[in-house]
Design a protein around this ligand. Structure first.
Ligand code: SF4
Length: 386
């Protein structure tokens, strides 16, 4: 079976080339062809010896993922659905903004964490993606966007704005990236490598629901920007919204964040907070959030995310005035608190809608259906406020 070269960071590719009797500089050339030039045909790699190209064509491949669909929103957002085999599909979403182009990348087909407000979590877990399948999402998006710019012109974005490329990656698509750590780290290294995509550490973000031991390992192995899906100011409520909290409660999570920051490329943690009507959006909960991060001494910013309802969730989006009131309490306490702008609504590309057709092999749907019978509101919420 052909070796997928997208599975390798530069060190891995150097070891592979060494196995073929080639020097390290050949790996650098090959890496640049693949990631910087988007080549998928070894014959096009004109500065590699013909004998090496022939060998690579026989033993290796550049594992582009089959594209099931590409949808472009009127606001410039683009969503790709990739086939990862076995009836599984994952999504990547490109979100152009004034000052940057962000690609949201998936790390797993499905997700085992089962967050209450997340459509991916409701599908259950199918499997981890390989490094190559994570990198292939960026490889495809980057070179597809470049090709579009070459044909459409640099200023062909919405309203004549500059067409942006990927200069920001968030591991915030399907899956919990820190539960696929072995594949994640080489993928991050490829994103950061100057011979690869050359992204700065500040512009690569790992978003986690709170896998505490892996936050600690990431700090050692490949510190990039950190976002944490918090969604509740206390353990009682977070246990229900983010089941992983029962294993790694908030105090442990905050300690891991504190320890991460001295080596992080940004001097704050971004706390994501999905706004759920009548569940976690009360003034008292905003004040509890302020108390929590002050007590735990975690420099942070907040990103308030309007919930994207999906069938069977049993949850509603907080009204805009409630979101604004919640945000005001955080702002008045001196924190940066943004409200995520909904993007790609016309193509269902917003956060929490990264669905795809992922098989439920774990019975998660049934478990979640049972959990949905536990009312979150009002008595459980009242308990969380005590
Ligand atoms: S929010 Fe993230 S960690 Fe939670 S179920 Fe969804 S994909 Fe998994």
């Amino acid at each position: 079976m052909a070796v997928d070269l997208l599975d390798f960071d530069l060190e891995g590719l150097a070891a592979f080339c060494e196995g073929l009797g080639e020097k390290r500089f050949r790996a650098v050339q090959l890496f640049r062809w693949i990631h910087q030039k988007g080549a998928s045909d070894f014959d096009a790699m004109s500065d590699l010896a013909k004998s090496l190209r022939t060998r690579l064509a026989g033993d290796a491949a550049i594992g582009a993922l089959p594209v099931i669909s590409e949808q472009a929103s009127a606001d410039g957002t683009v969503k790709w659905l990739f086939d990862v085999g076995g009836g599984n599909a994952v999504e990547a979403v490109f979100i152009p903004e004034d000052d940057r182009g962000t690609l949201c990348v998936s790390s797993q087909a499905g997700c085992a964490v089962g967050c209450r407000f997340c459509s991916t979590g409701h599908q259950g877990f199918s499997r981890n993606l390989r490094t190559g399948e994570i990198v292939a999402q960026l490889w495809h998006a980057e070179h597809r966007l470049r090709a579009r710019r070459a044909t459409a012109g640099a200023d062909a974005g919405p309203g004549g704005a500059p067409l942006r490329m990927v200069d920001n990656v968030v591991m915030m698509g399907m899956g919990e990236p820190l539960q696929n750590y072995g594949a994640l780290v080489p993928a991050l290294r490829t994103m950061l490598d100057d011979h690869g995509y050359g992204l700065s550490r500040r512009r690569v973000t790992v978003s986690t629901s709170g896998v505490v031991p892996m936050i600690e390992r990431l700090r050692e192995d490949c510190p990039v920007a950190l976002a944490v899906s918090l969604h509740a100011p206390d353990d009682a409520l977070r246990d229900m919204l983010v089941p992983l909290n029962r294993k790694y409660p908030i105090a442990e999570l905050m300690a891991a964040c504190r320890a991460y920051l001295p080596v992080a490329p940004r001097d704050f943690v971004m706390f994501e907070y999905c706004m759920l009507d009548g569940v976690n959006d009360a003034d008292a909960q905003a004040r509890a959030l302020v108390d929590l991060v002050r007590r735990e001494r975690v420099p942070c910013k907040f990103n308030l995310i309007p919930f994207n309802p999906f069938p069977g969730s049993g949850l509603e989006r907080s009204p805009p005035e409630r979101v604004r009131a919640f945000q005001r309490i955080l702002l008045d306490a001196g924190f940066v608190a943004t409200v995520r702008r909904t993007r790609g609504d016309d193509i269902d590309a917003a956060c929490g809608q990264l669905a795809g057709e992922v098989r439920d092999r774990t019975g998660a749907q049934a478990r979640l259906a049972r959990r949905r019978t536990i009312p979150l509101h009002p008595q459980n919420v009242a308990r969380s406020l005590r």
